[in-house]
Design a protein around this ligand. Structure first.
Ligand SMILES: Cc1ncc(COP(=O)(O)O)c(C=O)c1O
Length: 452
């Protein structure tokens, strides 16, 4: 199956189209102008200060007229391509009709809630709407506190849950971010390439889950409301845990009476080839957060939670200035409908497998590449100085990132990791071209660093 719609059709022979070496003069002029006042750019933007003008489907155009293959979907957001006509029209309709009425009900809100609970797993039939991933993670923590009466949370090394205090406290933080909120603990993720216990899967018997059990006893005050987890780590470097890992954590939560919050802000809406990533392992969380691809660019996020909490959350205040505004509901409803109508989940899986195969072949040819991984269209590679020691090679990753971008591939660096998240509507020929350009960038970097 392939995506074949007029609005997003791309002639593979014409993309990418780099007319001026990027970042070109107009991009650099904007970097100077905006950068005089704007602060705190991501490493994605700092390492390659290009300025964009427009996007269509899987193609991004910069202010110098260069066209890139979008291998990042913004940052795992534009799952259905830039400016998908149905999503755009839905937002435009409500931009003209009704932009905000606080949290009063609207027809479009009711339609979104009805459509959303049809696709969420299990009994996750209660919806709160927010407008940022961090905020919906905070809201999920609040739900967990209220229904359990407990106050501690456990997440995982290298998880990313957001930049507000509660969410950030469950995230990899720097000294500059200050101390974590009290009652926030982290333990090793199911990262077999970089096992904190230096064990090998599967002989390890998932020791990391045993350690989690021990941590609950030894680190906490036995007041754990929930374990908060990314089903696949995005920011942490596209890290995919072993198949039994999340089911085992679910079992542990059930045994100990702890809630499971799965943060699907990055992995939802088909990103990994299933509507929600937890479906790969048949895990039903108690609470789940959705963002990014949920609005395809429009800032709308959601918390969904179990029917078993019905009647336990009286008095919870889940309104906000923008959460569930009519434009946001229109965007999210259109995304849910597009996900269902266009049958792209199967394509996302096939496309991801195609890209992963190509990455595996690259790994064979290039010693710089220590590991490649992917599920659906959430993919990545990790660069190392030495395949045996697995010493991370951040400098090389930054070089490869920049060199591929110069060739016309927009993607995402993260320390020694390089991350790929193409729009799910990309065709294999275009994706194949992007991966070939990435390989060229790796080869050039190896040559410059004297690696053979
Ligand atoms: C898994 C996950 N949760 C939460 C967030 C925070 O989302 P936002 O940046 O919209 O606040 C992110 C952001 O990247 C994320 O990847």
């Amino acid at each position: 199956m392939s995506y074949d719609k007029d609005w997003a059709r791309v002639d593979v022979d014409t993309v990418p189209n780099i007319k001026v070496k990027p970042p070109g003069p107009q991009s650099l002029a904007l970097a100077k102008r905006a950068g005089k006042y704007m602060a705190g750019y991501s490493s994605q933007a700092q390492l390659f200060p290009v300025a964009f003008e427009s996007g269509n489907g899987v193609i991004l155009r910069d202010v110098d007229g260069n066209e890139y293959i979008d291998f990042s979907s913004g940052i795992y957001i534009t799952n259905w391509g830039h400016c998908h006509p149905k999503i755009t029209e839905s937002v435009v309709e409500y931009t003209r009709k009704l932009q905000n009425c606080h949290d009063f009900n609207t027809e479009i809100k009711a339609r979104l809630a009805e459509a959303l609970v049809q696709i969420t797993p299990g009994d996750l039939n209660n919806v709160q709407l927010w407008c940022e991933g961090s905020k919906c993670v905070e809201a999920a923590l609040n739900v967990a506190r209220m229904v359990t009466g407990k106050h501690e949370f456990i997440s995982f090394y290298n998880d990313m849950h957001g930049k507000t205090l509660g969410a950030q406290s469950l995230t990899a933080m720097t000294k500059a971010s200050g101390p974590r909120a009290a009652g926030s603990f982290r333990v090793p993720f199911g990262n077999c390439y970089r096992c904190s216990f230096k064990l090998k899967y599967p002989e390890c018997g998932l020791h990391c889950v045993d350690f989690l059990r021990e941590a609950i006893t030894e680190l906490t005050t036995n007041d754990v409301a929930a374990i908060v987890v990314e089903p696949i780590q995005g920011w942490g470097g596209s890290v995919i845990p072993p198949d039994e890992w999340l089911p085992k954590i679910r079992e542990l939560c059930d045994e100990l009476g702890i809630l499971l919050i799965v943060d699907e802000v990055l992995t939802c809406m088909g990103r990994t080839g299933k509507m929600f990533c937890v479906e790969h392992w048949n895990v039903v969380p108690d609470i789940m957060t959705l963002g990014k691809g949920f609005g395809n660019g429009f800032p709308v996020t959601a918390v969904v939670y179990s029917d078993k909490f019905n009647g336990m959350l009286d008095g919870i205040k889940a309104s906000s200035s923008y959460g569930g505004n009519p434009m946001a509901c229109a965007a999210a409803l259109a995304c849910v409908e597009v996900a269902q109508e266009e049958g792209m989940l199967e394509h996302a899986m096939e496309l991801g497998n195609f890209i992963l195969k190509k990455l595996e072949a690259i790994k064979v040819r290039h010693p710089l590449v220590g590991d490649v991984r992917g599920k659906g269209c959430l993919l990545g590679m990790e660069l190392v100085k030495d395949r045996d020691t697995r010493e991370p090679f951040e400098q090389a990753a930054n070089m490869v990132y920049q060199k591929a971008f110069e060739r016309g591939v927009s993607w995402i660096p993260a320390k020694q990791n390089l991350r790929m998240s193409p729009p799910l509507i990309m065709t294999k020929d275009v994706a194949g071209k992007a991966v070939d350009l990435i390989e060229e960038a790796i080869a050039e970097t190896e040559q410059e660093l004297g690696i053979q």
